[in-house]
Design a protein around this ligand. Structure first.
Ligand SMILES: Cc1cc2nc3c(=O)[nH]c(=O)nc-3n(C[C@H](O)[C@H](O)[C@H](O)COP(=O)(O)OP(=O)(O)OC[C@H]3O[C@@H](n4cnc5c(N)ncnc54)[C@H](O)[C@@H]3O)c2cc1C
Length: 380
């Protein structure tokens, strides 16, 4: 057994941590206040090779595996989960289906610029009436000659306002069962009939832009189909395992940031003539926070290692995602308490971590969905 990151992964971690502290941290306050993603970061990160590090070198990636991708996501989310989540999408669900099932032409047209930070990706599955039950989507894409005509609505779409292209899940054959009749189709920004109808106001992840989208008689060439017609749902479900592993590291990044600041604060803040951390009640909280983060990271790296080695890991990915999400919520909750009244003030980061953590058990499959997956994998 080897619990250490490789030398290459350690170098990547040092480099991305330094980048996140120097280049991302100064942007956070304004991005969160204006609820606007600093889009120039894509190009900067692309130039440094920090986007899609898991992708093959022939498309500009670093072949650093999912472990490498997780290293980048944790460091970015440690500084700002809103910004980190957009980066996570760029190497995850916004692009991997093209990489795995797309044509060479699609890879050159979308993957290469995504890795370089020249194009921004988004992913549209969720609809007003279809969240956890993703197979119940209503959006349809009818084939008419050389085009698909897409009609439907999508909601909660990360980067929906700023994306250059979006992978849309839509029915292409209603006569089939949900697992068979859904396809994934690429839609470019500016395509007539594709509109951002609303930028959504959120409680957390303020620097990540979330949108409601409408597709009204939106015509895209048949070449925009990704993979085979009717196999989209299978592709989507397959990509979830990868997504759950990377999502775990977003949670771990948030939890680590809240822990680091709480540990410092417990040493600095004095009440009754000594640092609050000298009280066992506070010290024990920090001990449990550290334990939970350590356990979450071990579980998530284990799942990432299984994934990188081509081993089955649906159960481990769901366990890691569930545990890491709960860890982010618990740790940020305790951090708020350790900071007392100051934690509740917007001038301290703790309230941001606390708000951001609340999203982690909801996206990429809620905690209930993870438990359903784990139970199913246990044969129940
Ligand atoms: C900020 C943000 C960004 C997002 N980004 C994207 C994106 O980029 N692309 C995209 O496609 N989607 C995105 N989503 C959507 C996200 O994946 C969904 O919110 C999530 O899948 C849950 O769906 P829902 O919100 O409709 O909740 P619902 O599915 O309505 O669930 C509501 C509650 O019921 C529970 N529940 C549902 N079914 C069951 C069951 N069978 N057993 C037990 N409990 C159940 C759930 O666990 C949850 O607690 C985003 C969401 C948010 C909030």
């Amino acid at each position: 057994m080897n619990f250490a990151l490789s030398d290459e992964h350690k170098m990547l971690q040092t480099a991305v941590r330094s980048f996140a502290e120097k280049e991302i941290a100064p942007l956070v306050e304004e991005a969160e206040k204006n609820q606007k993603f600093p889009v120039h970061l894509y190009k900067k990160m692309g130039e440094l090779g920090y986007l899609c590090v898991n992708f093959p070198s022939q498309y500009g990636g670093a072949e650093a595996g999912v472990i490498g991708e997780c290293v980048v996501i944790e460091e970015a989310c440690r500084v700002c989960a809103g910004i980190g989540s957009a980066i996570m999408l760029q190497s995850g669900i916004g692009t991997t289906i093209i990489l795995d099932y797309g044509t060479e032409e699609q890879r050159q047209k979308y993957i290469v610029p995504a890795v370089q930070g020249e194009k921004i990706a988004a992913f549209g599955l969720t609809e007003p009436g279809a969240g956890s039950d993703a197979a119940s989507i209503q959006t349809r894409a009818e084939k008419k000659g050389d085009y698909y005509v897409i009609n439907g609505r999508k909601t909660f779409i990360t980067c929906g306002t700023i994306c250059d292209f979006i992978l849309v899940a839509a029915w292409t054959d209603r006569s089939q069962k949900p697992g068979k009749g859904i396809s994934v189709i690429l839609v470019e920004k500016g395509t007539p009939g594709f509109e951002v109808t609303r930028k959504l106001d959120k409680v957390g992840f303020l620097s990540s832009e979330t949108a409601e989208l409408v597709f009204e008689d939106c015509r895209v060439p048949v070449e925009n189909l990704v993979g085979e017609e009717g196999r989209g749902f299978k592709y989507l479900m397959g990509s979830l395992t990868h997504g759950r592993i990377t999502h775990s590291f977003s949670s771990i990044g948030i939890a680590q940031a809240a822990f680091d600041e709480s540990l410092r604060y417990a040493g600095d803040r004095e009440q009754f003539g000594r640092p609050i951390g000298k009280n066992q009640a506070v010290a024990f909280k920090l001990a449990r926070m550290a334990m939970q983060i350590n356990a979450a990271r071990l579980m998530a790296y284990h799942a990432a290692w299984l994934y990188d080695n081509g081993l089955e890991c649906a159960k481990e990915a769901s366990m890691a995602k569930l545990f890491a999400s709960e860890t982010a919520v618990n740790v940020t909750n305790e951090a708020m308490h350790i900071f007392g009244g100051y934690g509740y003030m917007t001038e301290y980061n703790i309230q941001r971590y606390w708000r951001d953590a609340k999203l982690r058990p909801i996206t990429e499959g809620t905690s209930e969905i993870q438990q359903m997956v784990i139970a199913r994998e246990l044969g129940l």
